[in-house]
Ligand binder design. Structure first.
Ligand code: AMP
Ligand code: MG
Length: 346
């Protein structure tokens, strides 16, 4: 299959790209689309066969449920139930963070095909703030299922070029909307009622909407395994491979932990690229990739994270060593992905 990439650099290109994407989705085909988090591999969420093609293209095991994107309240109501006992806080969170990178786990409605939720009675729902994505879902007038547009087990793509590397020849169309503005996957939460004044907000996957941003709306519970809901369908740890580069990766909590093996080549994923952090001079790095040069701004680090990981993975070194990222704000999400990426080698 030939993969067409359409640019969106001017209004004419944008129009053509949006129309073509909507045509494909209406016909039950799959298309890679930009969102503010990472590029998504989209299908009409109500078309079970189209959603099955997502799994096929990604070579993703069927046990891993897909996130469903909606265009607003009406579409949300068509796919999910908002239980009365969490309605107030859910609507408040929607008002505060949508459109944006916050995904809710809610009881699903009949209309959502089982393949989308992997047979679960809940559905993951979000509304993207990417303008191209929003125009496409508005024109389609149907919810869109869209997991990250990479092969299963690979690094999430944050540019059309990265999608091309992952899925060229496997999908018909990629819409190039430029680099993703957030850079890591959405925060996934499950709101639960509580006897106490504040409801519970369980963070199943850390992301751009941070615990600090959520805490005034409920009592935050961090659930390190976002498989919580799906653990009966899969064995623990399987999804760690989601974020894995092919090259072994190790996160060093401190520079003293590094033991050089002279027969190996190493590349460094640095946070600020500063000597005083103690990593730059640990060895003769084949390459150093810096997430937030000089400034140490976490949002900048998030935007560059998957891009940098890909770049390091392509060098062909024996091992990638990573500095730790401060676990506050969106740094929590970056460290979560880093730990998952390193898990299988440690
Ligand atoms: P992705 O679409 O690749 O960003 O990730 C989708 C992730 O959302 C899955 O790996 C699950 O961990 C999570 N997810 C989707 N649906 C559900 C659900 N019904 N319950 C719990 N987690 C879910
Ligand atoms: Mg993914």
């Amino acid at each position: 299959m030939e993969t067409l990439t359409l640019g969106t650099g001017n209004s004419q290109e944008l129009r053509v790209a949006i129309d073509k994407a909507v045509d494909h989705l209406e016909e039950g085909s799959i298309v890679a689309l930009p969102t503010e988090t990472v590029y998504g591999l989209a299908a009409n969420a109500l078309n079970a066969e189209a959603c099955a093609s997502i799994f096929e293209a990604k070579q993703r095991p069927n046990f891993d449920p897909l996130i469903v994107h909606v265009s607003g309240q009406e579409m949300l109501d068509s796919v999910a139930e908002i239980p009365d006992n969490i309605a107030d806080v859910t609507y408040t969170l929607i008002k505060e963070f949508w459109p944006g990178a916050l995904t809710f786990i809610l009881p699903k409605k009949e209309i959502v095909p089982d393949i989308v939720t992997s047979g679960l009675q809940t559905v993951a729902v979000r509304r993207s703030k990417n303008k191209i994505f929003a125009e496409i879902i508005n024109s389609l007038e149907s919810p869109i299922a869209a997991p990250s547009a990479n092969r299963f087990g690979s690094i999430s793509p944050t540019s059309a070029a990265a999608v091309n590397i992952e899925l060229s020849g496997v999908i018909p169309l990629i819409i190039d909307g430029g680099a993703c503005s957030e850079g890591v996957e959405s925060t996934i939460i499950k709101v639960e009622p509580s006897e106490k004044k504040k409801p519970i907000i369980k963070i199943l996957r850390p992301g751009p909407v941070t615990p600090e941003m959520l805490k005034k709306f409920g009592k935050i519970e961090k659930n390190q395994s976002h498989l919580d809901e799906t653990s009966s369908l899969t064995s623990p740890g399987q999804l760690d491979s989601h974020y894995a580069p092919k090259t072994p990766l190790r996160v060093l909590a401190s520079p003293d932990e590094f033991k050089l093996d002279c027969s190996k080549s190493y590349a460094l994923l640095s946070y600020r690229g500063q000597r005083k952090d103690g990593y730059l001079e640990l060895c003769e790095w084949s390459h150093i990739e810096t997430l937030s040069p000089g400034s140490g701004k976490l949002p900048e680090a998030a935007v560059r994270f998957f891009y940098s990981l890909r770049k390091l993975d392509e060098l062909g070194v024996d091992e990638i060593i990573s500095e730790p990222i401060p676990e506050r704000g969106i740094g929590l999400a970056i460290m979560d992905r880093l730990k998952r990426a390193s898990h299988q080698f440690n």
